[in-house]
Write a protein of this length. Structure first.
Length: 144
């Protein structure tokens, strides 16, 4: 199985959780991270993170506050995020933190164009959310 199919998603999820448990987001609150691939597996497992304390009482509530990460960081939509992943992510984040990304040059150009077209035409996103995702949110983040 090619690594981008599964491994990148698990690596991304593990990285964000490790950053959380090691206090990176609280120690560096002015850094805005862009978490790739619509948060990878995070939208599906975020509700499990706080329960880790039951298995490891040494973990503090701050080390497990994944909701603060989900509400403060940015998320891109690189890759195939429709039809399940993106709706799950949007239940957890502010839509103003959603950014378009393509994975170019790692994803072949025809696939990038096809995925972008799916995002442009999906009924899962309102026209105003599409405008924010494709342009306005990045302009605000990068103060363009």
């Amino acid at each position: 199985m090619p690594q981008p199919i599964l491994e990148f998603f698990f690596d991304t999820t593990r990285t964000v959780v490790n950053m959380l448990t090691h206090g990176i987001f609280t120690r560096y609150p002015n850094i805005k991270f862009i978490i790739p691939h619509a948060g990878a597996v995070l939208p599906l497992v975020a509700n499990r993170i706080p329960f880790a304390r039951g298995l490891n009482p040494k973990l503090t509530p701050e080390q497990l506050d994944i909701q603060s990460v989900m509400s403060s960081q940015y998320f891109d939509v690189a890759g195939m995020v429709l039809s399940q992943q993106l709706p799950a992510l949007l239940e957890l984040i502010d839509p103003d933190k959603l950014l378009y990304a393509s994975d170019t040059p790692y994803t072949p150009t025809p696939a990038v164009i096809g995925l972008a077209n799916k995002l442009e035409t999906t009924d899962l996103l309102s026209p105003s959310l599409k405008t924010k995702m494709f342009r306005q949110n990045a302009q605000r983040l990068f103060k363009l």
